[in-house]
Design a protein around this ligand. Structure first.
Ligand code: NAD
Ligand code: UGA
Length: 482
């Protein structure tokens, strides 16, 4: 019988040049960690987006397009030594021994499967670029999250033009799947010390090469080799399970409120059961981020495609519950003010979908802000990392005046100063658990606000007993004791 262990012991790493197509939230941090761990290899990130590449190359590290703890240090150390950012796709692809495809795979907005299926046009165009410019033997790695059997599409594109000209006559390709499991805000830590790494594929030599690359810093027992389709499906399944867990705890948070239970106590109690585990049991305003929703929608699409209607309906509830959670929070805020928040200053603390990232994609803050604006509120939005223009883009609002009138009716201003954000506010709504919100001097801030002063805490940041002593009215998500 074939002995995989013995075979892997003889690994000689022959990769010298790495290319990554897509310099985004995954490509950037992933390649920075590879470059740092493999100083003798040349790692090049390519992207169509000129502004993004310019920002990756900017002397001022505050302008890096991705904010992640530890990232700027890695960029400072390795950039222009063995880590490069460029828009020159042709040369980077042509010289590479291995190419990671790390492009966006959002939900389709038009055509067949719109609203559910993943739009693979960027993966497809990357495969076509590889087909056009690659030379010699090239390993192609799917890093993007893709529907099961996408590797087949990539292989078909590559094989259809493998030898279509004299200069292409000697080319060969191997396609592997190696999905990324990093979470934003902890990307560098997750990449340096992952729970596991997957490599799905058929070509033993290519698997061996990628495995030996990872083994430069990841222990061999954390590298799982699977078939291509298991690898692709495991990524979707992991995200679906994580999203389902959040919808489950959020569903229970709503049951805590009318029954007098406290969701933090319930989470602790169930999390102590080692079969359930304590992680990912924090109730909140709903999951955000670019992936959970799109990956669950994609799972639903695949189930329907394969005729599994009941399975699709099961996963769809995860999304419906998430939407409901966001909307029930804005509704509850409006109802607290007897149905009218018009001309009330409501301060939102946090706009990113989680702390330690500047990413706002699918942030629950977007839905909640829009609903409050629709009700005529005057919002003041504070976030330590998200810029004013980014918020404006997300809310699709007019950015031309200092005070922005929204199409919905209310208005909003941005503030990166907590004191200004609190001044004359009727309510503070905590939507992201940034560290600095845990250190607010509420006693001092209470003097700046209008009375009655409300706190709506969706992230278990404040101590409600202390705040009530100061004179605040407090609502905490999932706390029925209030
Ligand atoms: P992103 O939008 O931040 O980055 C993708 C980049 O690819 C963009 O800069 C875009 O300009 C570039 N691009 C698209 N087509 C290109 C082409 N043909 N040639 C060159 N560049 C091209 O996306 P992201 O958040 O980095 O996610 C990338 C993939 O990784 C997605 O499939 C996502 O589901 C998956 N993923 C994301 C995360 C995360 O935390 N963001 C984690 C794990 C997996
Ligand atoms: C998630 C997964 O955790 C990663 O493993 C995966 O690689 C990534 O998606 C992806 O494929 O894009 P990410 O979205 O960056 O990572 O961040 P998470 O920490 O998973 O948080 C997602 C959302 O769930 C956030 O809005 C967060 O506030 C919310 N959340 C998370 C909760 O409401 N409660 C929790 O207990 C945990």
């Amino acid at each position: 019988m074939y002995n995989r262990k013995k075979f892997f012991n003889k690994i000689i790493l022959s990769l010298k040049k790495i290319c990554c197509i897509g310099a985004g939230y995954v490509g950037g941090p992933t390649m920075a960690v590879i470059a740092d761990n493999c100083p003798e290899m040349k790692v090049t990130l390519v992207d169509l987006n000129v502004e993004r590449i310019n920002n990756w190359n900017d002397e001022d590290l505050k302008k890096l397009p991705v904010y992640e703890p530890g990232l700027k240090e890695l960029i400072k150390k390795n950039r222009n030594k063995n880590l490069f950012f460029t828009t020159n796709i042709k040369d980077s692809v042509s010289e590479a021994d291995i190419i990671f495809i790390s492009v966006n795979t959002p939900t389709k907005t038009k055509g067949l499967g719109a609203g559910y299926a993943s739009d693979l046009k960027w993966v497809e165009s990357s495969a076509r670029t590889v087909a056009e410019y690659a030379s010699g033997h090239t390993i192609i790695v799917e890093k993007s999250t893709v529907p099961v059997r996408t590797a087949e599409l990539i292989k078909r594109i590559l094989s259809s033009c493998i030898n279509d000209s004299e200069k292409h006559a000697t080319r060969t390709f191997s396609v592997l799947s190696s999905p990324e499991f990093l979470a934003e805000g902890t990307a560098i830590k997750d990449l340096e010390n992952p729970d596991r790494v997957l490599i799905g594929g058929e070509d033993e030599n290519a698997i061996k090469q990628l495995s030996s690359l990872y083994q430069r810093w990841i222990p061999e027992n954390k590298i799982f080799i699977t078939n291509l389709w298991s690898s692709e499906l495991s990524k979707l399944t992991a995200n679906a399970f994580l999203a389902q867990r959040i919808s489950s705890i959020n569903a229970i948070s709503s049951l805590c409120e009318p029954t007098g239970a406290d969701i933090s106590e319930v989470s602790k109690a169930i999390g102590a059961d080692s079969r359930i585990g304590e992680k990912f049991l924090n109730a909140g305003p709903g999951f955000g981020g670019s992936c959970f929703q799109k990956d669950v929608l994609n799972m639903i699409y695949l189930c329907r495609y394969y005729g599994l209607a009941e399975v699709a309906d099961y996963w769809e509830q995860v999304i419906l519950l998430n939407e409901w959670q966001k909307k029930r929070i804005s509704k509850l805020i409006v109802e607290t003010f007897f149905g009218t928040v018009s001309s009330k200053k409501l301060t939102l603390l946090g706009f990113s979908f989680k702390p330690n990232t500047n990413d706002t994609r699918e942030s629950p803050a977007i839905t909640i802000a829009k609903e409050l604006l629709e009700n005529g509120a005057d919002l003041c939005i504070h976030d330590p990392q998200v810029s004013e223009s980014q918020i404006s883009k997300m809310l699709h609002l007019d950015n031309s005046n200092k005070t922005k009138k929204s199409i919905e009716g209310g208005s909003w201003i941005y503030s990166n100063n907590l004191e200004l954000a609190f001044r004359d506010a009727d309510a503070i709504i905590i939507l992201t658990e940034w560290e600095e919100y845990f250190n607010i001097n509420w006693q001092m801030m209470s003097l700046l606000m209008r009375r009655p002063s409300w706190i709506f805490d969706t992230r278990d940041v404040v101590d409600e007993a202390k705040l009530k002593d100061i004179g605040f009215r407090v609502w905490k998500l999932g706390n029925g004791r209030i």
